[in-house]
Write a protein that binds this ligand. Sequence first.
Ligand code: GLN
Ligand code: ZN
Length: 772
Amino acid sequence: MTTKPAAAAARATVYGYPRQGQHRELKKAVEGYWKGRVTADSLRSTAARLRRATWQRLADTGVHEVPSGDFSYYDHVLDTTVMVGAIPERHREAVAADALDGYFAMARGTQDVAPLEMTKWFDTNYHYLVPELGPDTVFTADSSRQVAEFGEASALGLAARPVLVGPVTYLLLAKPAPGVPAGFDPLTLLDRLLPVYAEVLADLRAAGAEWVQLDEPALVQDRSPGELNAAARAYRDLGALTDRPKLLVASYFDRLGEALPVLAKAPVDGLALDFTGPAAANLDALAAVGGLPGKRLVAGVVDGRNVWVNDLEASLAALGTLLGLADRVDVAASCSLLHVPLDAAAERDIAPQILRWLAFAQQKTAEVVTLAKGLAQGTGAIAAELAANRADLDSRARSPITYDSAVRARAAAVTAADARRSPAYAERAAAQRAHLGLPLLPTTTIGSFPQTAELRAARADLRAGRTDQADYEERVRAEVQEVVSFQEKAGLDVLVHGEAERNDMVQYFAEQLTGYLATRHGWVQSYGTRYVRPPVLAGDVSRPEPMTVRWTAYAQSLTERPVKGMLTGPVTMLAWSFVRDDQPLADTARQVALALRDEVADLEAAGTSVIQVDEPALRETLPLRAADRAAYLAWATEAFRLTTSGVRPATQIHTHMCYAEFGDVVQAIDDLDADVISLEAARSHMQVARELAAHGYPREAGPGVYDIHSPRVPSAEEAAALLRTGLEAIPAERLWVNPDCGLKTRAWPETRASLENLVAAARAVRAELAGP
Ligand code: GLN
Ligand code: ZN
């Protein structure tokens, strides 16, 4: 394929870049500042140095227009809250006294003042701080940070484009401030917010910005006519300003759908659109609205969220089509590169032939630059890059890592019946009751017990070679013993081994399954200064040998009571990893499910009669568009059932979910066909119990009665009161008593006290049910 040179030379750009620096300098500086070890001046100069290094790096790679204002000490939505002056009442004093300390107080809270709530940024694993707004909110413009950072980039001699969270997305992400009625719609504040954006835009124009980018990812979600109208009004008004830079409205993470004609008609100067994954639908939609005559199109053709090399020829073909649809086409990654690690070249433990398949922020930037060059100068100008890319893609497609014929054959042979448990629930439940002999309102925990500093140190010693495997395992066995003996003494009914051997519930399994790669430096921001290193699901998945059996069996050898086996489910194994892009997610999930199914079988064979398969991520992976949800839930629930359906009727399957509200996926929870589900519920006063009941959920459930996110110890009376509330929705024969989630982040003293109270609560309510 050859492309004709574009009329106006295509430019390469990105919307944002990882903030932390090559050695996570930002994390160290910010945390040092919190501890009083780093001064504010030194934090500011570290941050400025990191910004400069990023711009320089982008420019050296060949980016024509760098983003500014995408940097953040903590979170870009919180920065927007500062920019529009929407400081919550309770933080005003602190912000007025010291802007930086006030900023961190909003992010993290203080002894006396609660932070802003934190939640997931669309369907990524990045968390933002939720704006709190009300009818009395007064917006005031503070463009200082945006202007200063634009100035820093310009001072390097670079063309910079400030990037702002757009006004519609900002309001759609907000929630009513404490004390404001829940029915309050922040979008009603649009007319008050727009003049503030106008002021910021004018300031950036005065500072010399030619273009400003306004990010509106909220418009890729299903939006009501009223919301679409608000978007139309916002960009009509901002477009009509006379004293403004050129406006580029950006969307990403999915297709724009009905918002596309709205933005295409708006009097703005350009749109930035995602053309990857389901957002590829933007291409036909753009043609259908007649393109963007007279406007600039920034085409996000390099996936900004996965870690795989781009198919440059396919991207060039898409770009070629787009050339006819806008006045000028520039090339970008689909979204900010914040969501991928910094640089694949830093990975030393990954074999060089595999490393060539991976593209992190640095490599993606280079791909964008190559594509822009190809678009501007024709494919001849990038012949060498295209040949290398073709070779990398071929080696990936043909690799035995990517393609394991035994795994493929097994997955292809799966039938619907394989993913169905038999007999039906009622019969199973009777068999389990007879086999387990549990009391009414059985008590249990979610799996992990405190991950003590000593345990983490033991693991660090093992990694550093200071101890050997045998010593380490001895240490873990001692911990299992302690956890089991505590649970027996406390009087819990279904015990766990405590997960002392696990660093992380996904990583632990990823390390033992084929098909997964671990990175050494693949950190991505989860929130604030917290970074995670997701494993990379690169190839066909199988389980060479049992992963958890010896720990569960060891724990079971110490007690007469049932010990619950503990696995991470297939959906969560995908959700908290970088997944492959060369086959449907459903296929990858099925492979993981089959590997876990083998583990379930081995646990059962080793004498485990209760097996829990955790799926805390089931809700968060739900597609952004409602139209895509049924297909997702179908494969997700099938993968769970495939994992769990091979067991005998008397073996009880549990699952667990948390970190979300589940009201809109109760049908999917039902479709898992697990015998028992434990759910986070303490803070919402058993809300989920009522939702399950309203749905007619037929099986057993344990809505949490102990909020494990705080060191607070709930009293027995408090836990009993929650149990009684639970009983209003779920009959005693089907109600379990358990905490909200695992206890790994808690300390031992509060864990002991809380679980003793939980058992006391169960006993008290059992006595009430038995009558006088
Ligand atoms: N079994 C896991 C634990 O207890 C579940 C963790 C989770 O739901 N996030 O730690
Ligand atoms: Zn949990």
